[in-house]
Design a protein around this ligand. Structure first.
Ligand code: PLP
Length: 500
């Protein structure tokens, strides 16, 4: 493809993308195709001879779009959103054009330096404590996902603990001690943490302990719960080294009790505390949520995904650490081919030392474009609008307390509900038979809603019971779609429960 052909193809692609976005509300939100739909439509080998764009492009509409779940559809209320925006797409376009896998500053100084600038912007925008700014000992680095941020911090925490425990030892004696210490390490998290945390422990090669949270505490990790778990682990001769705390748990958007956890951190200063704010951290752009960040300066790291709620397309996970040296000590390895004068000078940042892979994409561009195109005020508007839609939805649910109950929220645009059986039919609230019936009607209504294809929801388990999660946070979320979602839920729930 030469430049003229690219110009024509790119214009056609842009037109198609705009058309896709504008017509989204008219199509089902989920793919209406069976598994394995694609390969019968495509040849079994790559073409031997070049094909023009005019042959390639039509396959997007014919074969690819029918197999998409439309995350930008206003009826997409599943999981958490993966928002995007036009400025973000422009960032991707330039990034792809420059294709600079900027592992070292020298690879493309602009990639590194823009990342440092925008991460400081994000840090200030979210009112995170100054310890996370690049000017001191901390700093921010863009990771691919919240899971990657967790495992990166876990590895850094592991190495920090190993170094402390093996201080003063050398040679074989040290090697033996390292193996012994590693065998005793335990990572922890509340039982509401995302599976990325136990998975991180699997990858880091350490034990994992889930701390039971209580319904009375709103399933939040408390200082007491954490302290007891740490003591219990130490009582067994094991060594706690890392804890995930959560701002906005995946199931119900619970926020751990950071003030109390900060007190525990004072008693166990060597245990790394990470704040996983993958989704709800975006709300920190609004002053009314910034009190949550008050104690984050006591912790070791914080991560939020701009690619969930903040209009930057996947991937853009913003990890901030209090001491960048913790990452560098664990991740830095410099063979001769990576050695260069700028690295040796110590005057530059080489982000390869702050992450697991070597190469990295130029993701700062899309963040920069979004921050400038929307301004902080534009992002605040988006967050407040979608939070408001969550409140609207919860209000509608409350008006039908005969048919539904809210089990959590509305919080950060998430409302978690259950369908209720007819009163008196299956025992009383709390009885085992009643719980079974709640699970049954909730499951059946939920499945019927998703089969309909107009809106798309996910379910979860809260306190051992099935519940439906409704998230009104996507970039195209609208009042009329929230009302429509409620109407569909009522229709299906009434059918299942038998009131219509
Ligand atoms: N942490 C929380 C609280 C989440 O809700 C999620 C995903 O929804 C993750 C971590 C994992 O995010 P990622 O897909 O960026 O790894």
């Amino acid at each position: 493809m030469n430049a003229d052909e690219f110009r024509k193809a790119a214009h056609a692609a842009v037109e198609e993308i705009i058309h896709y976005n504008e017509t989204l509300p008219t199509v089902p939100v989920t793919a209406q195709i069976p598994p394995g739909y694609l390969s019968p439509h495509l040849p079994s080998t790559a073409p031997q001879h070049p094909q023009p764009w005019s042959t390639i492009q039509p396959d997007i509409a014919t074969h690819i779009i029918p197999g998409l779940t439309h995350w930008q559809h206003p009826g997409f209320m599943s999981w958490f959103p993966a928002t995007t925006s036009y400025p973000s797409l422009l960032g991707e376009m330039y990034s792809a054009a420059f294709t600079a896998p900027a592992f070292n500053w020298l690879c493309s100084p602009a990639c590194t330096e823009l990342e440092t600038v925008v991460m400081d912007w994000v840090c200030r925008m979210l009112a995170l404590p100054d310890v996370f700014l690049s000017g001191g000992e901390g700093g921010g680095v863009i990771q691919g996902s919240a899971s990657e941020a967790i495992v990166t911090c876990m590895v850094a925490a592991r190495e920090r603990m190993v170094v402390k425990e093996c201080k003063g030892l050398e040679g074989e004696e040290r090697e033996k001690k390292v193996a012994e210490v590693k065998g005793r390490l335990v990572a922890l998290g509340g039982d509401q943490v995302h599976s990325a945390t136990p998975k991180g422990a699997m990858i880091a090669g350490t034990r994992y302990h889930a701390i039971t949270t209580r319904r009375e505490d709103g399933f939040r990790l408390t200082g007491k719960g954490l302290r007891e778990a740490l003591k219990e682990i130490e009582g067994k001769g094991l060594l706690p080294y890392y804890v995930t705390t959560t701002m906005g748990s995946t199931g119900i958007c619970a926020v751990d009790v950071f003030e109390e956890i900060a007190e525990v951190k004072k008693e166990w200063p060597d245990v790394w505390i990470h704040v996983d704010a993958a989704y709800a951290g975006a709300a920190l752009v609004c002053e009314e949520y910034q009190h949550h960040a008050k104690f984050f300066g006591e912790f070791d790291s914080f991560d939020m995904n701009m690619h969930k709620w903040l209009l930057v397309n996947f991937d853009a996970s913003c990890l901030f650490v209090r001491k960048r040296q913790d990452l560098i000590s664990a991740m830095s390895i410099t063979p001769s081919y990576l050695l260069n004068p700028s690295h040796i000078s110590g005057l530059v940042t080489d982000y390869r030392d702050w992450q697991i892979p070597l190469g990295r994409r130029f993701r700062a561009l899309k963040i920069w474009f979004v921050l400038r195109s929307y301004g902080v005020s534009g992002l605040q508007k988006h967050i407040r609008h979608t939070v408001g839609l969550g409140e609207l939805f919860a209000g509608l649910v409350r008006e039908r307390s005969d048919l539904f109950r809210i089990v959590a929220g509305p919080a950060f645009a998430l409302t978690v509900i259950q369908v209720l059986p007819k009163k008196g039919e299956k025992g009383n609230d709390g009885d085992e038979a009643w719980v079974q019936e709640v699970n049954r009607v909730t499951k059946e209504a939920y499945e019927a809603v998703n089969r309909g294809g107009e809106i798309f929801l996910t379910s979860g388990v809260v306190g051992g019971q099935l519940a439906i999660r409704v998230v009104s946070a996507n970039a195209n979320a609208e009042e009329k779609w929230v009302k429509k979602a409620f109407e569909i839920l009522v229709k299906e729930a009434e059918k299942v429960v038998g009131t219509s």
